[in-house]
Design a protein around this ligand. Structure first.
Ligand SMILES: NC(=O)c1ccc[n+]([C@@H]2O[C@H](COP(=O)([O-])OP(=O)(O)OC[C@H]3O[C@@H](n4cnc5c(N)ncnc54)[C@H](OP(=O)(O)O)[C@@H]3O)[C@@H](O)[C@H]2O)c1
Length: 264
């Protein structure tokens, strides 16, 4: 069955889990072929099998990739172009988080966060944007965050990486839109994913997570950005889960908001 994105090819970074995984499925449900990039090959193989079982004609290609490494991104691009001939959509989603204060975070944390969040953004844009310019068609979709719009407590370096993505996207829009390439930023609030389980930022089973966006909710925004009418681009989808303040600079989440509503 043809979908709104049949005939398109999307590269999704961080496709193994969370928002990237849900975005790959949502794009494939719309008929797009998807190139799946993350470091854990097993995650990608499971996802590719799931997508192959959809009845939309979408094909999935799993390419284990560290998107913060230039040689890996070059190999990803080569695999994508060999398999599908073109890449229409880049969902630049891979990212990591670590909370702390200036006193507790280290310079190694700084380098790790910028490498995985911003260097990866640069490398993937560098690989996939110029061919879009040459074809005069494309979609660059960046999964930033509320942390790219508001400074948040305990997230100084993470916020800096997400503000960096935001500025980068705004700047390259000037190169993109005259050439019919659409730049979009998705800025979700808290999302119920694997994010932060690896470094103690979040704990699996925390009730706070239940109130957050589901990854599929954010994936809807990715599809929304990729399916605008020809003359329209949506630069920003600014989302919040219902348990989170609009500008989360106060750090109000589920527990705080519930206490606030109860007048305590
Ligand atoms: N969860 C939230 O509350 C939230 C809110 C707003 C924005 N975001 C943003 O949404 C994006 C996705 O986060 P998520 O919540 O879906 O996290 P997640 O569940 O932890 O998934 C992250 C995915 O990115 C991959 N990844 C991380 N570093 C990578 C690298 N260097 N190269 C390739 N793949 C890499 C991971 O796989 P491997 O480890 O196997 O590589 C995993 O598949 C991030 O950019 C995050 O900042 C998250």
């Amino acid at each position: 069955m043809a979908g709104r994105l049949s005939g398109r090819t999307a590269v999704v970074t961080g496709a193994g889990k969370g928002i990237g995984r849900a975005s790959a499925v949502a794009l494939a449900r719309e008929g797009a072929n998807v190139v799946l990039a993350a470091r854990t090959a097993g995650d990608l193989e499971l996802l590719a099998a799931e997508i192959a079982a959809l009845d939309t004609g979408a094909r999935a290609l799993a390419v284990p990739t560290d998107v913060s490494e230039e040689a890996d991104v070059d190999a990803l691009a080569q695999a994508a172009f060999e398999a599908f001939g073109k890449v229409d959509i880049l969902v630049n989603n891979a990212g990591v988080g670590k909370n702390g204060t200036v006193a507790t975070l280290s310079t190694a944390d700084y380098d790790w966060l910028f490498k995985n969040n911003m260097r990866s953004t640069w490398l993937c844009t560098k690989a996939f944007f110029p061919p879009m310019l040459a074809r005069k068609e494309g979609w660059l979709i960046y999964v930033s965050s509320v942390a790219g719009l508001n400074g948040l407590p305990n997230e100084p370096i993470y916020c800096a990486t997400k503000f960096a993505q935001m500025g980068f996207a705004q700047a390259i829009d000037y190169e993109a839109y005259p050439n019919n390439v659409k730049v979009s930023v998705i800025a979700p609030g808290g999302a119920n994913t694997h994010y932060g389980f690896y470094n103690g930022t979040r704990t699996p089973g925390d009730p706070m997570l239940e109130g957050f966006h589901e990854p599929e909710d954010v994936a809807e925004a990715v599809v929304f950005a990729a399916t605008q009418p020809p003359k329209t681009r949506v630069f920003m989808v600014w989302m919040r889960p219902m348990n989170e303040a609009l500008t989360s600079g106060s750090g109000v989440h589920f527990k705080g908001a519930a206490a606030e509503a109860a007048g305590s």
